[in-house]
Design a protein around this ligand. Structure first.
Ligand code: ADP
Length: 418
């Protein structure tokens, strides 16, 4: 039985999907996470606690582990683990993406530099430090611009500014976000910001699988809600794309060039691009699959999940099909209605009853603080739909969302409901 080392950060949404896929494939899983697992004592061969922030130390531990229990593949499930997966695979002599490529895909500045160096269209950008005076920086900035941290994901800390005053406000706000202990773990990167030209246009997300350097497009998602800022909250993703076929082909080739520029060769990629009259622009390319619960929109061949494809590839198992099912599919990452403490989400039965809705998955729990962007990073839940056309999927998602009613109490400092 092949044995897989699965890197599961404690904050991931993907545990059930990856463990389910491994079970279906008959693969033995060793779960590695940052904290000691309650079952670790009872089943030492099945759980490993690794220091995700110190890959070299983690590699030594894993090398020791495989002396008695060999590992056939290492898979990191999301952003926080892509670099570690490459380091561990390297230490075990397993095929993997170059460590520096996965690291570049995690660092927005290095990514921009590599992409621009290979003539992949990216926004104009400049690296700034919090030691620089934002008032002075504002004078030499071209507007509109986007201010963003180097290492975060899920649009956290990404802020548009249209003039000098907004720029100064955005930089100071981002600085406060990056002062949290969690961000400080990024070291010097938490003292820097990237300032980019704002690229207008329609945004798409490309889900792909790299196989020996070739990009296979698994799905291209339209994002029908405008993402013009000042914050960039993701909402609806619908596939197949309604863009003209020629534009979709340009998006795919631009993404393939971006992966090549970074040196990525194998495994899942998730790219965000904007498309306007100049063609596609790469906003980002991550060496991981789509986040949250969004992979539930995707089925391949005779019903394979995205996670099964990823595990099959990592383990060198045959992949029967990379063809997505014919029906249109989509997801809404439910937007945070307002800051506060979640009490209840009503209307879930009514939302599930909308034709085309597959599932309403509420992931927030009563009593949870809802923190909107740019400070926050998680969604209260996800709505999934399938239908004959992307238009119907989009309409079903909007109707289901309209039926949900959020009961949110005022943030903890103040009193009373809002
Ligand atoms: P993250 O990795 O946190 O998602 P991104 O750099 O991908 O950060 O930015 C998040 C979102 O912000 C993008 O999906 C896009 O909608 C918007 N955005 C980021 N940079 C730009 C830009 N230069 N021009 C226009 N929109 C941008």
């Amino acid at each position: 039985m092949p044995r897989l080392l699965l890197l599961l950060p404690t904050t991931t949404y993907r545990t059930a999907a990856f463990l389910g896929a491994a079970r279906k494939l008959g693969v033995e899983v060793v779960v590695a996470s940052e904290r000691a697992h309650v079952f670790q004592q009872a089943q030492p061969g099945r759980f490993l606690s690794l220091d995700f922030l110190h890959p070299d130390q983690a590699a030594r531990q894993v090398v020791e582990f495989v002396a008695t229990r060999p590992i056939d593949a290492v898979v990191g499930v999301d952003d926080a683990t892509t670099v570690l997966a490459a380091v561990l695979s390297n230490a075990l002599g397993l095929p993997h993406n170059p460590v520096r490529s996965t690291a570049a895909a995690r660092d927005k500045y290095r990514m921009r530099t590599l992409l621009r160096g290979d003539d992949v269209p990216v926004p104009p950008y400049a690296l700034r430090s919090f030691d620089d005076d934002p008032v002075v920086e504002a004078r030499r900035t071209v507007f509109p611009c986007v201010v963003k941290p180097l290492m975060f994901s899920a649009s956290r800390g990404v802020i548009r500014a249209d003039d000098e005053a907004q720029f100064v406000g955005a930089v100071r706000r981002l600085e406060r976000i990056l002062r949290t202990p969690e961000a400080a773990a990024d070291g010097e990167a938490a003292r820097q910001v990237l300032v980019e030209g704002f690229i207008p246009g329609r945004e798409v997300a490309l889900e792909g699988l790299l196989v020996k350097g070739d990009l296979h497009v698994l799905a291209l998602f339209d994002k029908p809600d405008p993402l013009d800022g000042p914050f960039f909250e993701e909402t609806i993703y619908v596939t197949p794309s309604r863009l003209p076929v020629a534009v979709q082909a340009e998006i795919a080739s631009c993404t393939a060039r971006a992966a090549q520029a970074l040196g990525l060769r194998d495994g899942p990629v998730h790219a965000e691009l904007r498309v306007n009259s100049h063609g596609p622009w790469v906003i980002e390319l991550a060496a991981r699959s789509i986040g949250g619960l969004c992979s539930r929109t995707l089925r391949f061949g005779t019903g394979l999940s995205l996670e099964e494809l990823i595990l099959r590839q990592a383990l060198g198992m045959e992949i029967p099909s990379l063809e997505r099912e014919r029906r249109a599919a989509g997801v809404m990452m439910i937007p945070i209605p307002r800051a506060g403490v979640l009490k209840d989400i009503r209307g879930q039965t009514e939302a599930r009853a909308v034709p085309g809705i597959d599932e309403v998955a509420i992931t927030a729990h009563p009593g949870q603080d809802l923190v909107p962007l740019p400070e926050g990073a998680s969604y209260p839940g996800f709505i999934f739909a399938r239908a004959e056309s992307p238009e119907r999927v989009e309409a079903a998602l909007r109707e289901a969302h309209r039926r949900l009613e959020f009961v949110v109490m005022a943030p903890r400092e103040s009193k009373g409901a809002v």
